[in-house]
Design a protein. Structure first.
Length: 153
């Protein structure tokens, strides 16, 4: 897993914790992604393939970020969405790490690193939110029988 720790972000979020609290509350893998801007290996995420309808939440704070209506198979190896669930739930910022310029996406509620957004999506938005499974939990819509193979949330 690739990680980078960025101390440059001074944004104040609704959910704030000390580094020790994040380490206590998250698994080491989730901490590396959400708090150190890590990237899980392609094709390794348990939320890459999800059946049914449901909501994807931030694994750090529980904020609703995406839903299955916006999910599509990008062939990239990471869960992809063409839009956030609602305006203001995801923050975009420039990422110049690893010699590239990309647009990083963060949870607006806790500042957790989610992944990146690219302007190559196949739908009317033209966007592809490429998200780490480790940054998300999945809540099936039990009314419509949603589930995720191997996902426990």
């Amino acid at each position: 897993m690739f990680t980078r720790k960025s101390n440059a972000d001074r944004t104040t979020y609704d959910v704030t914790k000390t580094d020790d609290e994040w380490k206590r509350d998250l698994s080491p893998e989730r901490y590396a992604v959400l708090r150190q801007a890590g990237t899980e290996p392609a094709w390794s995420g348990e939320l890459l393939h999800v059946d049914g309808q449901g909501t994807f939440r931030c694994a750090g704070c529980g904020a609703e970020l995406f839903d299955t209506a916006a999910k599509f198979d990008s062939g990239s190896g990471w869960p992809s969405f063409d839009r956030a669930r609602a305006a203001g739930t995801v923050i975009e910022k420039k990422d110049r790490s690893f010699g590239m310029t990309r647009t990083e996406i963060l949870c607006a509620r806790c500042g957790g690193h989610l992944g990146h957004v690219f302007p190559d999506g196949p739908t009317d938005t033209g966007l592809r939110y490429c998200v780490n499974s480790l940054s998300l939990t999945y809540e099936p819509d039990t009314e419509h029988g949603g589930n995720a193979a191997g996902a426990s949330g």
